[in-house]
Ligand binder design. Structure first.
Ligand code: FES
Length: 294
């Protein structure tokens, strides 16, 4: 389809559409632009920045003129609780990051360390006035040293990003995390690391291996029930793909020189100093998402 053609739905009012829908539109167009040559891309992004500046200045003036009215600040806060309004104001730097977003940023800062142990951490709840709950998932949930990791890493990161939080609590067990990334940029050019849909839970064989590429990068997935691990499809020995290796008893053996790895932790059982490169992974319902720099 011609990306410039106006679709029938473009003519309809868009009020009420979700951030995800609108972001999806932006990302589809960005994918088209990414295929253009450099001069066309430069022009497209210059045009976008000009429109951004226009909107930012108009919004800034709008906020400055209405916030002097009685009760306007409360009304603005209420308006900003809408995810779309929040996302646009955040994009323009006109609103401070929400507590939930800052907690997510704090957790993101520590995820690479947890991922190297085949685990992850998720935001569970904000407990007013100054406490949050988090939960370890994957291997970290079973790791005897997780309490230590929690105190040394997650708590410190949250306190750094959210100084107003005085109490960080670890909760155990499964359940539905209330937390999710609140802020989805509606202007995603210059993409940061983010969660990407990789595959579905049922497509990963229990205690087996599924090889899958995300944005052209190859990964392997394995799972024990609903605990999913993900690693770069590259042996820690010489970097050869490991996905074709023999899988047995929760281990995979590299087809090239026989290095053996634990499929949950990525630990190398042949050379303990080596390790598969772990990728943070999370389940959203039956969707398996991973977080990495594309
Ligand atoms: S490349 Fe895998 S064992 Fe050598």
């Amino acid at each position: 389809m011609n990306a410039h053609a106006q679709r029938p739905e473009d003519q309809a009012p868009r009020i009420g559409e979700s951030v995800d829908d609108l972001v999806g539109d932006v990302e589809r167009l960005e994918a088209v632009i990414a295929g253009w040559d450099e001069s066309q891309r430069t022009l497209a992004f210059a045009y976008r920045h000009a429109i951004d500046d226009l909107h930012k200045n108009a919004l800034r003036k709008l906020i400055a003129s209405v916030k002097i009215a009685p009760g306007a600040l409360d009304a603005l806060r209420e308006a900003a609780s809408d995810p779309l309004v929040y996302a646009v104001l955040r994009h323009h730097g006109l609103i401070r990051a929400s507590l939930q977003e800052r907690v997510e940023q704090a957790l993101a800062s520590i995820r690479p360390m947890l991922a190297s142990h085949g685990g992850d951490v998720e935001f569970v709840a904000f407990l007013p006035p100054d406490a949050v709950e988090v939960r370890f998932v994957g291997n970290c949930d079973h790791c005897p040293s997780s309490t230590l990791t929690f105190v040394a890493g997650v708590k410190q990161a949250i306190e750094e990003y959210c100084p107003e939080i005085k109490d960080v609590r670890q909760v155990k067990g499964s359940g539905t995390a209330q937390g999710k990334v609140d802020y989805v940029s509606p202007f995603s050019a210059g993409l940061e690391a983010k969660w990407r849909l990789a595959t579905t839970l049922e497509s990963i064989p229990e205690q087996g291996v599924k090889a899958f590429a995300v944005d052209g990068a190859p990964f392997i997935f394995s799972r024990l029930s609903r605990v999913v691990s993900c690693f770069r499809d590259a042996c820690a020995h010489l970097g050869s793909p490991i996905s074709g290796g023999v899988v047995a008893e929760g281990r995979i053996t590299c087809p090239r020189h026989g290095f053996e790895y634990d499929l949950m932790s990525g630990e190398c059982l042949t050379a303990p100093v080596a390790q598969l490169q772990a990728i943070a992974v999370r389940l959203v319902g039956e969707r398996v998402e991973i977080r990495f720099e594309g």
